[in-house]
Design a protein around this ligand. Structure first.
Ligand code: PLP
Length: 458
């Protein structure tokens, strides 16, 4: 049975179900498997079957194999494409891997559709319940709410800044009608929403009474589910043994880290291209070996408007040879001084596997326009950032798979600004415009928000 250890080395090792429900380790670190399983010769024509095989070693001995396979099948049956994650060629030797065919049209569904089912399964086994609270500026909220829709074991309250999300993003949350999901508009900013969530977790009696839980991107189970499509892509391209490069539009580093795990398990990856918008701390880290904090600037690709990528910690501890306390120290230094660096040897190891580039909003719009003009196809701004980075960094003859993380219809204004045309609405979001919206509006006040949570808890 695989055990998981904290990146900071000072929390007890846990098995998969505890890691799933715990999220963050008690020393503030992130859980990582003690050793990487090897891929072996997993092979399948069907995404769910491949997913069951690739993830099997991570849950083995803690979840019944048949029940796990059923949860995986059910999770990917919610996708509206038979391949779940289909590929399409953009330029010769440059492919897009479409990760947006799930219920909310963004790649978060791939992990959260499974995580919701894993939560339900484990909570039923323990005869427990949880209340998930979270803050969202966009994609994560609806993906998490969809993932637990109708669950008997999980309630969810999602805070969003009133009037500051796009209409599509708001309606994706507020038109859901199950008794266990609650969208709450806070009269404040996204940061206010995040502070309210942190304050609820810090309120011990409240936290215990309501059994608060989270499904944020540091949860190991989310990373685990994302390993699969890297393997899938190379099988579909018939490149099972030929080194291939992946380009990943990056925010919290969860997606690209999952690729690194696939590579560590034996997938033949040439290198990873880490694509950023103007919030380019990762580009600078890869170029210089130094992390220097900067202010977050809003861009057309909001899910990448992040300066401190939480999942980077999982890579840092590896670069520091598994030394948890040294990792904690490096991050502490970064938090207090806004600066932390890697020594030349470690920087060289980082550069051997990763390259990075950034695109600003004008460059992003130019890519959307170019892809529309030459390929008669709409791409969303996050995907456009990655396409632009891949084209710039590509070496002669290099085969690249660029991850396409959202459907263009989620960002119609940016697409229209670039191309003069609005992308068609897939059925999944066309429906939300006819439905009634249900949401509470609350002031930016902890007592009011806590009262709301207690009032909806079943
Ligand atoms: C969350 C998100 C990203 C960033 O993924 P990370 O795992 O945080 O790096 C990129 N694109 C879209 C559309 C997203 O929703």
């Amino acid at each position: 049975m695989l055990r998981y250890v904290s990146s900071r080395g000072r929390a007890p090792a846990l098995t998969f179900p505890d890691v799933l429900l715990t999220g963050l380790a008690s020393d503030g670190g992130l859980y990582i498997p003690e050793a990487w399983p090897t891929l072996g010769d997993v092979e399948a024509d069907d995404y769910a079957a491949l997913a069951t095989a690739v993830m099997g070693p991570f849950v083995e001995g803690t979840i019944d194999a048949g029940e796990f396979a059923e949860m995986v099948s059910a999770a990917y049956a919610t996708f509206d494409h038979p391949d779940v994650c289909p590929l399409r060629e953009l330029d010769e030797g440059h492919h897009l891997l479409e990760l947006f065919h799930g219920p909310t049209l963004a790649f978060k569904d791939i992990a959260l559709q499974l995580v919701g089912r894993l939560f339900d399964h484990e909570l039923s086994r323990r005869d427990e319940r949880v209340m998930i609270v979270g803050a969202t500026s966009g994609d994560t909220g609806s993906a998490a709410m969809e993932a637990v829709l109708g669950s008997d074991r999980v309630d969810i309250v999602m805070l969003f800044p009133d009037g500051r999300t796009s209409e599509v993003q708001r309606r994706q949350m507020t038109t859901l009608t199950a008794a266990n999901v609650h969208a709450v508009a806070v009269e404040g900013t996204f940061d206010d929403c995040q502070d309210l969530v942190k304050a609820m977790f810090a309120d011990e009696p409240f936290r215990a009474r309501n059994r608060l839980s989270a499904v944020n991107s540091i949860n190991w189970a989310r990373v685990m589910a994302q390993i699969v499509y890297y393997v899938w892509a190379l099988q579909r391209l018939d490149r099972r043994t030929t080194p291939t490069t992946f380009c990943v539009p990056t925010g919290n580093f969860g997606n690209v880290f999952a690729g690194h795990v696939a590579r560590s398990m034996g997938l033949p990856v040439e290198r990873f291209l880490v694509a950023s918008n103007s919030n380019d701390i990762l580009t600078r880290l890869i170029e210089t070996g130094e992390m220097v904090a900067d202010d977050v600037v809003p861009t057309l690709s909001p899910s990448m408007d992040i300066q401190i990528s939480s999942n980077l910690e999982r890579l840092l501890v590896e670069l520091l040879d598994g030394n948890g306390p040294a990792t904690a120290e490096l991050l502490q230094q970064f938090r207090t001084t806004g600066r932390a660096g890697l020594d030349p040897d470690r920087h060289a190891r980082l550069r051997a596997e990763f390259a990075g580039d950034r695109l600003d909003d004008d460059e992003t719009l130019a890519v959307i326009a170019d892809v529309h003009r030459h390929h008669d196809m709409f791409v969303d701004p996050h995907t456009a950032v990655a396409i632009g980075a891949a084209r710039r960094l590509r070496r002669p003859g290099e085969t690249i798979v660029t991850l396409s993380t959202a459907h263009a219809a989620k960002f119609p204004d940016a697409v229209e600004a670039a191309t003069g045309a609005r992308p068609g609405q897939p059925a999944r979001i066309a429906g939300i415009f006819g439905r009634d919206e249900h949401f509470a509006v609350v002031p930016n006040d902890l007592a009011v928000v806590e009262d709301f949570v207690e009032s909806v808890r079943r």
